[in-house]
Design a protein around this ligand. Sequence first.
Ligand code: MG
Length: 263
Amino acid sequence: MMLFASDLDQTLIYSSRHTKDADPTKLRVVEVLEGKVISYMTDDAINSLQDLMKRIMFIPVTTRTINQYNRVTIFSEDLRPTYAVTSNGGNILIDGKVDEKWSQHIRQRISKDSMAMDDILCEFEKFTHESWLHRGLVADDLFYYCIVERDLLPVDEMYSFGEWLSSNGWELSIQGRKVYFIPQAVNKRDAVLHIKESEGMQIVVSSGDSLLDLPLIHASSHALIPAHGEVFELGKNEGVPFTQSNGIKASEEILKFVASIED
Ligand SMILES: [Mg+2]
């Protein structure tokens, strides 16, 4: 039995910046916020995913908070996969409801393995500057992210700070205008492997475009990484193949790849 665990943003669903290669008549809106379209999928990708879901288990795996995930109505209301992993693995939803046992388990691990968030933010404040830091937020009481002015962000300094974070039980990811600091216990791999065990699945296929997707990708039997985004830009794929296409077309290629794998 096979499961397909996939990142959402810039892997299966795309903001308008990444849709230019698609036929506009074949784009479907999958997320709206305050009257504004936030994300799209192509008809082709939706059809492929629906076909896949008839024969294998599909798990959306996202760094989005529970509320942000629920906004993506194609999953939360239309396709309704049994499981969804949100909050970068900090929460598992089963039929839309939070798995409380998992949440407790993760919170215990955070306090054991990672430096306190306040101490992390104290260190971060030493080099932040108002020219590039717009606002910081705490997501689902689990991790921190901030909205930055990407052109002014000192990226090299940020990734060196990431090394300090790693040595204190946290991970860094920079995705477009968002910078994430996430406790190591809060990761996509552990949440997906937990579901794999409890469902008695044998094969995990995965995809994702950011550093936060890599642990899951490396724990999978098969994986494909979009030819755009953080992993592509940093060349951190470590032998895992990239798609041929980039932008929203990569989602169609990823789903064809999953469909081609013998269960
Ligand atoms: Mg992504």
